[in-house]
Each structure stands twice: as structure tokens, then as C-alpha cells.
Ligand binder design. Structure first.
Ligand code: TYD
Ligand code: MG
Length: 453
């Protein structure tokens, strides 16, 4: 007798549980677990192995490497994030909040690719009129093939007839396959549709773009459940109301991970920002307490980013809120600041914000976070031409970061005059125009700030 087993999958992160629970144990989102039929256990005997063709083993050294040139999207910044262009048969997932510019970016790229290759743009959420209006707005004259369809089998049948070089699915959450009975946007539909499309792309060497909305409400399965299936995952950062959009590669089988590209949303679509190092600085001319600039390194280039902290008397439970930084790390930084810097914030609300909507994952931001918190708490201004970077350990030591010289040169280029950096990063040769303050422990940085600002 056939027996169906089921499991519970999280719509946000794809984690599985045997039992339903109100909160996902992995990503801690509430009410995102969905029951999914797992497989059928049948009492009949498994198929005899003798009927199946034998599996073939190959020596890796005997497999010829196929290094083909990559397909360019016409946007050099996007190509760089993809690791130098698109590889045949690759599957790229593009995730981001609704309205951030996913469809705009892809349409711009497809118009360029369409000059020499066939492109099939499938939209399940916008009508032909809407996409055509957008193309007019973007000044696109190329004839990209458009299909308004959500039925997966029909899309694959059409693709087999047309043999496009690139297929865009906008968005994967609107697609439905006959093989699954659940609603479009559910975990099973999204996963099954993506699996079938990926299989088609690999068999036919078609480049596949899957667009996925990041949803906070949990009504649709998020793109994270597809991350393991695809070759490359790009996420949009930045806020939809602001001007800049950052595209970050969080997974890339054909290039560097954490590579970013920066675009500015304009009246005529997304424009590349080729030298983004100074756009994450606020335009504030007067120095104010709680602000300082750090130099991070995102994959291959240094970026100047302004951090802001606000420390204020708490009314009730003290709040710790980060925008663009890791929330858990803030708790750790506050504990280090108390233990090794003598700065107590247990009765204070602490807010930390990264200017420009970019996310900073680097631990090199520790020192600046702590200095801005101290600056806000004491209401003391940090001079505008100071920068800092360095990881702070649990024992209060300031640890070195990589590519320190490059970071210092970038800061010097932008006119910064003083740099508080880890002692182990002290450059052997002086860098003209910038005074280096090497610190071994956190208290030394705080002391320097107290005495000189
Ligand atoms: P869209 O690409 O539709 O976002 P997504 O596919 O991620 O949901 O575009 C989103 C926003 O961009 C929309 O609010 C309008 C704006 N926009 C411009 O500012 N300039 C433009 O040239 C275009 C095409 C869109
Ligand atoms: Mg869209």
C-alpha cells in the first residue's frame, strides 16, 4: 500500500522540520513553515538494477576543459559581478525587494544580448503592454521576444521550438507546473519549477535568469530556497526609495563571491556607477557626534562608507538596532566596549546605521562602530578627515585586516588625514598625506579619540 510522508519546509530559507512549529528554527521567521508531501513509500520491490544502464566513471584528467568566451550583458559592472560575463548553461538567480529594479536591470541587459542572440523574456506578473512601456522608457529598440505565461510546461515547449540563448523568468514565484498541486509561490511550486527549468538549461546550454522577490510577509516562498540549485546568486541591496542600488554576488560558481556592482536609478533606467568609492558618504559638511568613515573592501575594491551611531537614554528595555550591520555583532561590540573600554550602555538605546543602504559584512567595521558609539554617547565630534578600520577581539585587542595599504591609499585619495588602524597593519613606508595611528588595544583608540577630538 502506498503511504505518503510529509515534512515542513520554511518558505524563507527552505529549512526542513519533521513537525510544524510557529517559528523556523533556522532563520527564526514566524509562520513560514509549510507542509510538503515528501515521497511515496511503496511496498512493491524496487526496480531491478540489471534493467538500468551502467554508470560511467571518468578520469578528471581525461575530461577536456571547455573554456568558451563569456557572453557580455553590455553592463560592465554587472559582468564583473558575474565573474566576467555569462557562462553557457549557467543559471543565475536575481533576488531583491519588490520595486528595487530587478526587471529593469534584466531588460536592459537582455536588449544588449539580443543584438546577437535570441532572448526569451517570460513574465508571469506583468502584461506585454507594461513591459513594452518599460522598454520605451529605457530607450530599447531591440526586439526581445516576450511571452506572458505562467504555465511551466508551455514555456519549456516554446523554448524547445525557439532555442533561445537566454531565458528570463520574471518571477519564479508566479510560475506553476502540472507536477505540483500546490499554489504558485509555495515552496513546492517554486522548487519544482526551478528544478525543471535548471534541467532544461543544463541540457541545452541555455543561460537562465530566475528573478525572485524577497518577501517579508511570507506569502511567497523566498529566493533563498533556490540558492543551492543555481550557479550564481545575485541580491539587490539598497532601499527602493533611494537612488543607489547595490548588486552583490552571494554565490558564484564562475567567479568571486561577495563582488558588488553599484547602479543609480535614473529616469531612463539603471546607470552604472563605475567609481562608487565615495557615494556612501553623507553630504554633511559640518562634523556631528556619532559619525565616522570606515574603509571596507568588497571583494576586489575598497569602499569608503560612513557609519552613524545614536546613543540615547533608554525608556524601558534598551533597544539595539542595526541597519546594514549584523545585529548579533552589535551586542558583542557593546560588551567589549564595556569590559575593555569602560563605556557602559546598558541603560541606553543604541542605533547604528550604514549610510547608503549597503550591507557591511566585514569585521573590519568593529573599530568604527565602537568609536561612533562612544562619540555619540559622549557627544564629542570625530573630525571629518579621520578614518578607521580594524577587527576588535573579545579580549579588547585590535586585530589586523587584509589589504590595509590599499585601504589607506584610498582614504588618502579622498583627502582623509588621520587613520586609526591595527598596529599589525602599520605600513613599512609612510603614506604621504595621511597620519597613521597604530593601536594594539581598543582603549588606545578611545584614548586617542578623547585626547584629540
Ligand atoms: P522594477 O524593475 O519594476 O522593479 P522590480 O522588478 O524589482 O519589482 O522597477 C522598480 C522601480 O524603478 C519602479 O518603482 C520605477 C522605477 N524606475 C525608474 O525610476 N526609472 C526607470 O527608468 C524605470 C524603468 C523604473
Ligand atoms: Mg519586476
Amino acid at each position: 500500500m502506498a503511504k505518503t510522508k510529509s515534512e515542513f519546509l520554511c518558505r524563507e530559507c527552505g529549512a526542513s522540520c519533521h513537525q510544524w512549529a510557529g517559528q523556523c528554527l533556522e532563520c527564526k521567521e514566524w509562520n513560514t513553515l509549510e507542509e510538503v508531501a515528501l515521497f511515496k513509500i511503496t511496498s512493491s520491490k524496487p526496480e531491478s538494477l540489471q534493467d538500468l544502464p551502467p554508470s560511467k566513471v571518468q578520469k578528471l584528467s581525461e575530461i577536456k576543459s571547455e573554456r568558451k568566451s563569456r557572453l557580455t550583458t553590455g553592463l560592465t559592472e554587472l559582468d564583473r559581478t558575474l565573474g566576467g560575463g555569462l557562462v553557457d548553461g549557467s543559471v543565475v538567480l536575481i533576488g531583491g525587494d519588490p520595486g528595487i529594479g530587478k526587471s529593469t536591470l534584466i531588460l536592459q541587459a537582455m536588449a544588449v544580448i539580443n543584438k546577437e542572440n535570441t532572448v526569451l523574456y517570460v513574465s508571469g506578473e506583468e502584461s506585454a503592454q507594461q513591459v513594452s512601456d518599460r522598454a520605451v522608457r529605457l530607450g530599447i529598440k531591440e526586439d526581445v521576444l516576450f511571452l506572458n505565461e505562467t504555465h511551466l510546461e508551455k514555456i519549456i515547449r516554446l523554448a524547445k521550438e525557439l532555442h533561445p540563448k537566454v531565458i528570463v523568468i520574471d518571477s519564479i514565484q508566479t510560475m506553476a507546473t502540472d507536477g505540483s498541486t500546490s499554489a504558485p509561490g509555495s515552496v513546492t511550486q517554486v522548487r519544482d519549477c526551478a528544478a525543471q527549468l535548471t534541467q532544461y538549461a543544463k541540457q541545452t546550454s541555455t543561460i537562465l535568469f530566475l528573478i525572485g522577490h524577497v518577501t517579508k510577509g511570507g506569502a511567497l516562498a523566498g529566493p533563498r530556497i533556490l540558492e543551492h540549485m543555481v550557479d550564481c546568486v545575485l541580491y539587490f541591496e539598497g532601499d527602493a526609495g533611494g537612488r543607489y542600488r547595490i548588486i552583490r554576488a552571494v554565490k558564484n560558481r564562475f567567479g568571486a563571491v561577495n563582488e558588488i556592482s553599484v547602479f543609480a536609478m535614473s529616469e531612463t533606467g539603471l546607470q552604472q556607477v563605475e567609481n562608487p568609492s565615495a557615494i556612501f558618504l553623507s553630504n554633511q559638511t559640518k562634523p556631528l557626534p556619532g559619525a565616522m568613515v570606515m574603509v571596507t573592501r568588497e571583494a576586489t575594491r575598497p569602499l569608503m562608507i560612513e557609519l552613524q551611531a545614536l546613543v540615547d537614554q533608554a525608556n524601558g528595555n534598551p533597544k539595539r538596532i542595526c541597519v546594514g550591520l549584523d545585529q548579533n555583532r552589535l551586542a558583542l561590540q557593546l560588551a567589549i566596549l564595556h569590559k575593555h573600554g569602560g563605556i557602559a550602555t546598558f541603560d541606553q538605546d543604541v542605533f547604528v546605521n550604514v549610510v547608503g543602504g549597503i550591507k557591511v559584512n566585514e569585521t573590519a567595521s568593529d573599530l568604527v562602530v565602537m568609536l561612533t558609539i562612544s562619540s555619540s554617547l559622549r557627544n564629542k565630534v570625530i573630525p571629518k578627515d579621520w578614518i578607521a578600520f580594524g577587527e576588535v577581539g573579545l579580549t579588547g585587542e585590535v586585530r589586523p585586516v587584509y589589504n590595509a595599504i590599499e585601504r589607506l591609499s584610498e582614504a588618502q585619495k579622498h583627502g582623509f588625514k588621520t587613520a586609526i588602524i591595527p598596529k599589525a597593519n602599520t605600513p613599512k613606508k609612510l603614506i604621504k598625506g595621511i597620519k597613521v595611528i597604530p593601536v594594539e588595544y581598543l582603549y588606545q583608540a578611545l584614548q586617542y579619540m578623547a585626547e584629540n577630538s
